[in-house]
Design a protein around this ligand. Structure first.
Ligand SMILES: O=C(O)CCC(=O)C(=O)O
Ligand SMILES: [Fe+2]
Length: 195
């Protein structure tokens, strides 16, 4: 387990760095944040079990939500069931799309705090888990979030000078509290109105 944790942390760090570098944030600026070297990152590992149900259409495995941290890696046992909410676009109205199962890969969910950190450049992903009629699905989610005392705000490089930050400074527990009140819309409370 320790070995797995070390490997996952290395992967999470590489991913977060790659995401920020892709937006033009320098390695130096990333290392200036309280989680650049990952010393202030908190990880949570959660195992989910979704047994089959004859009336699968009438139940949900996990209700719609966005993860509140930075990023989440999801690994499953090869049974599909994770769905993401696609917003209305040229291909159709707002709809649930099943994430295809690709063996030996992780699905990465972008969480609320990544949206804050990148000032909305990366967007959180609303998702849910459905239940199958026949197969038992299991998944393992590895969450990367800041330590409880870390204040997250948009990186200055990603703030448009004419507009200012789109989100207030927030800690993970503050976001979690809002989440329990308005499931799936926790971030709304921390948006800065540009008017
Ligand atoms: O089981 C899944 O695929 C999703 C799990 C998930 O969204 C969560 O644990 O937050
Ligand atoms: Fe989730």
């Amino acid at each position: 387990m320790e070995e797995y944790k070390t490997a996952m942390n290395r992967l999470g760090r590489r991913l977060m760095h790659a995401m920020l570098l892709s937006l033009g944030v320098s390695e130096e600026e990333i290392n200036d944040t309280p989680f650049g070297d990952f010393s202030k990152i908190k990880t949570v590992y959660s195992l989910n079990s979704y047994p089959p149900c004859p009336e699968a259409d009438r139940v949900l495995g996990l209700p719609p939500h966005s993860d509140t941290g930075f990023v989440t890696f999801v690994y499953d046992n090869g049974v599909s069931g994770l769905q993401i909410l696609r917003r209305e676009d040229d291909n159709g109205p707002t709809r649930w799309v099943t994430v295809p199962v690709v063996p030996n890969t992780f699905v990465v969910n972008v969480g609320d705090l990544m949206q804050v950190l990148t000032n909305g450049r990366f967007h959180n992903m609303v998702h849910r888990a459905i239940i199958g009629k026949t197969y038992h699905r299991m998944s393992a989610a590895y969450f990367f979030s800041p330590e409880l005392d870390v204040k997250v705000s948009p990186l200055s490089k990603l703030i448009d000078p004419g507009v200012g930050p789109l989100y207030k400074t927030v800690t993970w527990p503050e976001l979690q509290t809002k989440r329990s009140l308005s499931y799936g819309h926790a971030l709304d409370a921390f948006k800065i109105d540009s008017n």
